[in-house]
Design a protein around this ligand. Structure first.
Ligand code: CTP
Length: 410
C-alpha cells in the first residue's frame, strides 16, 4: 500500500477525481486529497474528506497544520503525486516552477513520480503554450495520462476530456507497484497501420490491427514506464495509462515520433507504416468514375514516405539513447533480411516476423518472432503477442541497464 497525493484543480472533471480517489483506495492505496482554490467551485472538500478519511489539504498556511511544514513532510512520505484533473493553469505553473499554493509547492518539494491528467477545451489543449508546457513536463519525466476525446462540458467535441478514472488509477498503480522494472523510463511505442488518403472517402492502408504495438505499450505501462503511444487507425482500444497520440498518415506519424523521440529512453516502432503515399496528396474532392467513361484504367502515382525508423537511426547516431527497436515483416530469408535492416536503419534490435505463416503476423493474436541484435539472432517460439511484448521489453530493460552501468560516474 502506498500513500498517493491526489491534486484536484478547478476543472469540470473535478467530480471524476472522487472516482479516482476511490479507485486508488480499491487498489489498496491510501489517498490524501489536495484541492486548489478553484477546485472548490466544482466539488466540495467534505466529499473528499469522507472518502479518503483524511483531512483535505486546501491551504498552504492553514493554522494548526504548519508545525512540520506539511508540504515538505508529505513530499517525502508520498509514493506519487497525481494531478487530476489538471487544468491549463496548473500545467503552466508546474512547467514554470511557480509555487504559489500547496499543490505547486508540493510538486517542487517531492522527488516522487508525478502523473498529470490534463482536462480542458480542445483549443486550449492544442494551444502552443499548453503543448510546450506538457512537453517540458514530459521531458522532466512527468507521466501524462490522456486526455481522451469526446463530448466536452463546453459543448465541443474533441480532445480534452479527462482520462477515464480507471486509466488514471491503472497508470498510478503501475508506477508505485514495487518491482515496477521500467519506472522512471520513458518509452514511445508506435502501433497500427497508417492510412494514405486518395480522396475524402478512399485511402490506401494495410492489414495491421495494431495488436502487437498495443501489447508492447500495455506491458510497458504495467512495468511502470511513462508511455507515449503513437497510434494509427486501429479498431482496438489503447491500454490504460498510456499517453495516446492519434495519427492517420505516415507523415503525421513521422512528425509525432521525431518531435517526441529526444525525450525518450526507448522507441519501439511496431507500426506498419505505409512505404508509399499518393503523390501530391489526397484529391480534395471524391474521384468520380464518370470522368473515365471509356473505362481506361485509373492510374495513381505513389511517392515514397520518409522512413521514420531510418531517420531515427540517423538522428540518434552513436548515442546510447533512445534505444531503437524496429520490426521487420518478411515473407522469405527472414533472418538475413532482418539483419540487413538492423544495420541499414542503425537500430539496436529488430523483431523479425515471418508473415507468410498463417499463425503469425497480421490480424492474429500470436507471433513467431526472431529477435536480432548485434550479438545475433534468437528465435522465439510461437507465442501470444502479449508474451512477445514481454520478451521485447526484457531486451529493452537489459539495454537500459547496460547504458546506466556503462555510464561514467559523475
Ligand atoms: N518503418 C518506418 N517508416 C516507414 C516504413 C517502415 O519507420 N516509412 C519501420 C516500421 O515501423 C518497422 C520497420 O521500419 O519497424 C520495418 O519496416 P518494413 O516495412 O518491414 O521494412 P522496410 O525497411 O520498409 O523494407 P522492405 O519494405 O524492403 O521490407
Amino acid at each position: 500500500m502506498a500513500l498517493i497525493a491526489l491534486g484536484v484543480t478547478g476543472g469540470i472533471g473535478a467530480y471524476k477525481a472522487i472516482e479516482i480517489a476511490r479507485g486508488l483506495q480499491q487498489a489498496g492505496h491510501d489517498v490524501v486529497a489536495i484541492m486548489t482554490a478553484s477546485a472548490h467551485q466544482f466539488v466540495g472538500r467534505v466529499t473528499f474528506e469522507a472518502i479518503t478519511q483524511r483531512r483535505v489539504i486546501t491551504d498552504q498556511f492553514e493554522p494548526g497544520a504548519n508545525a512540520d511544514i506539511e508540504h515538505i513532510a508529505l513530499a517525502s512520505d508520498m509514493a506519487a503525486l497525481v494531478v487530476a484533473p489538471a487544468t491549463a493553469n496548473i500545467i503552466g505553473k508546474l512547467a514554470l516552477g511557480i509555487a504559489d499554493d500547496f499543490l505547486t509547492s508540493l510538486y517542487l518539494a517531492t522527488r516522487a513520480p508525478v502523473l498529470v491528467a490534463p482536462a480542458m477545451n480542445t483549443n486550449m489543449f492544442d494551444h502552443e503554450a499548453v503543448v510546450q508546457n506538457l512537453a517540458t513536463l514530459r521531458a522532466r519525466g512527468v507521466h501524462i495520462v490522456g486526455p481522451g476525446e469526446g463530448y466536452l462540458a463546453c459543448g465541443w467535441i474533441g480532445k480534452g476530456r479527462l482520462a477515464e478514472p480507471a486509466d488514471v488509477v491503472a497508470a498510478t498503480d503501475a508506477i508505485v507497484r514495487p518491482g515496477a522494472s521500467l519506472a522512471g523510463h520513458r518509452i514511445l511505442v508506435t502501433a497500427g497501420p497508417t492510412y494514405e488518403d486518395l480522396d475524402p472517402v478512399r485511402y490506401l492502408g494495410n492489414r495491421s490491427s495494431g495488436r502487437m504495438g498495443l501489447a508492447v505499450a500495455a506491458e510497458a505501462v504495467r512495468r511502470g514506464a511513462q508511455v507515449v503511444l503513437v497510434l494509427g487507425p486501429s479498431a482496438l482500444d489503447p491500454p490504460r495509462g498510456a499517453e495516446v497520440v492519434r495519427i492517420r498518415s505516415a507523415a503525421e506519424m513521422h512528425e509525432a515520433v521525431m518531435t517526441r523521440a529526444p525525450e525518450m529512453d526507448a522507441v519501439v516502432m511496431a507500426a506498419a507504416v505505409a512505404d508509399y503515399t499518393v503523390s501530391g496528396g489526397a484529391q480534395p474532392q471524391k474521384l468520380s468514375k464518370q470522368a473515365d467513361r471509356d473505362e481506361r484504367p485509373l492510374s495513381v502515382t505513389l511517392t515514397r514516405t520518409a522512413d521514420i525508423l531510418a531517420d531515427l537511426g540517423k538522428w540518434r547516431a552513436d548515442r546510447a539513447r533512445p534505444m531503437l527497436v524496429g520490426f521487420a515483416a518478411e515473407t522469405h530469408d527472414v533472418v538475413a533480411r532482418a539483419t540487413a535492416k538492423l544495420a541499414r536503419k542503425r537500430v539496436d534490435l529488430v523483431v523479425a516476423n515471418d508473415v507468410s505463416r498463417s499463425d503469425a503476423g497480421f490480424e492474429v493474436e500470436t507471433n513467431a518472432a526472431v529477435l536480432i541484435d548485434a550479438d545475433g539472432a534468437t528465435p522465439l517460439p510461437l507465442q501470444p503477442k502479449t508474451e512477445l511484448a514481454a520478451a521485447i521489453l526484457d531486451r529493452v530493460e537489459a539495454r537500459l541497464r547496460e547504458a546506466v552501468d556503462g555510464a561514467e560516474p559523475s
